[in-house]
Every structure is written in structure tokens, then in C-alpha cells.
Ligand binder design. Structure first.
Ligand SMILES: [Fe+2]
Length: 244
């Protein structure tokens, strides 16, 4: 969400607020029974009703916090992250531009995050594939803001951060960051060698600096499931935001 806000040319304070909104928008899920959040079977009407309540719960929980974010723009975006342009979203069934820009941005980030994350009811999908799905979806239906989706795709890049990439020489790397001017050559952390052995000390490599070296070219991507590793372990600061 912060990267997207930065990409949109927002000001520093707005980028900070965007980050806060991205972190806290689903906070209300702590009041939704865990068996609904982790249910593998299809949700029934009651489950859906409770799940949808998480938007209102977020507002209630935020009110109990001593230092809750006070930005009205971001509080509104958090309330609007499940609204859809055609009015099919919730909680208010808002349409089109009556959903704020930040709410429309948060909706895109939320869908991207949900699809690229491991959940009880689905396996994580490669970030690159999710970008394709988002692009196709916004041409077929009127849920997400097409112009913003196109910007998001450009912002996230061809190999989004966290993508597992296979190199010509068989090595496997995790994308750490992208240079918007050279999306084909991200900075990666090498995690497996050409024989598929995990490196005891994963090494960082800027592919833009080794683009003329034979073998160090991205030839495809890999799923965490097939590679049998979690790319999030190799991202900077990963231990701060998840535990396994
Ligand atoms: Fe949500």
C-alpha cells in the first residue's frame, strides 16, 4: 500500500497513513470466530454475514485504541476496502467514485495480498499470475478501478517482491526489490544452487549488475510449494511481521 501510494506521487504523510491503513484495515477480524476465518468448506450465509462484520469491528476496535490513527481519509479507506465499483461490495454498496481513491487502492492491495498468501482454503498464487488475474478481471467486470489496477501492476513490476525466480543456470532466487527503470533485472537473494540445494548463506545479487554474465538471467518463476520454501523468510525484516 505504501509502495502504491509512493508510486501515485502521494506526500510523505499520506504514504505513512496508507501504510497504517494497509496494516490495520482487517483488524476487526480478531472479533470474527477463528473457525470461520479458517474454514476450508464453503461459507454459509451466517458465516458470510459474520465475516462481513469485520469492517464494522475494525472501526469499533480502533476506537478502543489509545493511539488509533486519526486520518479521516484512511479511516474511510479502511471502511471501503470491500466496496466494489459496480455496487456489489459491502458494507455500504457504494458505487464508482463515491468510493474514495484510497479505498479503491486498498481494495486492490487487499485482493493481491489475499491471493498471494497461503490460506486455509487456498494455496498462495504466484504474484505474477495474480497481476494477470487482476488485469483480466478488471476488463471483465466493474469491481476494481481499472486505471488504478494498471498503475498497481506497473508499480509492483514484472517480478514482484517475494517472487521466486528461476535463473538460466538453475539457481533459485527471491526477488527483494525492483528498479522501476529496469523491471527485468531485480535485486534477488539466491536461495538454492543449480542442483536444488539450499544455500546455507543466501547471497544477495543485483541482476542489473550481472546482466551481461552468462547464466544470471531470469527464465521463469517458481511456486513456494514446488520450491519447498517460503520466500518471505528471505525478505528484509521478515521476522518482524510473521512467525512460523
Ligand atoms: Fe477485509
Amino acid at each position: 500500500m505504501m509502495a502504491f501510494a509512493l508510486w501515485q506521487g502521494m506526500l510523505y504523510a499520506q504514504i505513512q497513513e496508507a501504510g497504517m491503513g494497509g496494516l490495520l484495515h482487517d483488524l476487526g477480524k480478531i472479533r470474527v470466530p477463528i473457525d470461520i476465518l479458517k474454514k476450508r468448506e464453503q461459507l454459509n450465509d451466517n458465516d458470510w454475514a459474520l465475516l462481513r462484520m469485520h469492517v464494522a469491528f475494525t472501526q469499533q476496535v480502533l476506537q478502543t485504541l489509545p493511539s488509533a490513527p486519526s486520518s479521516q481519509t484512511m479511516l474511510r479507506a479502511m471502511r471501503e476496502h470491500h466496496e466494489r465499483l459496480d455496487g456489489s461490495g459491502y458494507p455500504d454498496g457504494l458505487r464508482g467514485e463515491s468510493i474514495g481513491q484510497e479505498g479503491r487502492m486498498l481494495a486492490i492491495c487487499d485482493v493481491f495480498d489475499a491471493m498471494t498468501s497461503e490460506r486455509a482454503y487456498h494455496n498462495a498464487v504466484e504474484p505474477r499470475k495474480v497481476l494477470n488475474v487482476l488485469m483480466e478481471a478488471c476488463h471483465q467486470d466493474n469491481h476494481l478501478d481499472r486505471e488504478l489496477v494498471e498503475k498497481f501492476v506497473r508499480c509492483i513490476g514484472i517480478y514482484p517482491t517475494g517472487t521466486l525466480v528461476r535463473l538460466e543456470n538453475g539457481y533459485l532466487g527471491v526477488v527483494l526489490r525492483n528498479d522501476p527503470k529496469d523491471l527485468l533485472h531485480p535485486a534477488i537473494r539466491i536461495v538454492k544452487d543449480g542442483q536444488g540445494r539450499k544455500l546455507s548463506t543466501p547471497k544477495r545479487l543485483d541482476l542489473c549488475e550481472s546482466s551481461d554474465m552468462k547464466g544470471w538471467r531470469i527464465v521463469g518463476s517458481e511456486t513456494p510449494l514446488r520450491a519447498e520454501l517460503d520466500p518471505r523468510h528471505y525478505l528484509p525484516g521478515a521476522t518482524h511481521y510473521f512467525t512460523t
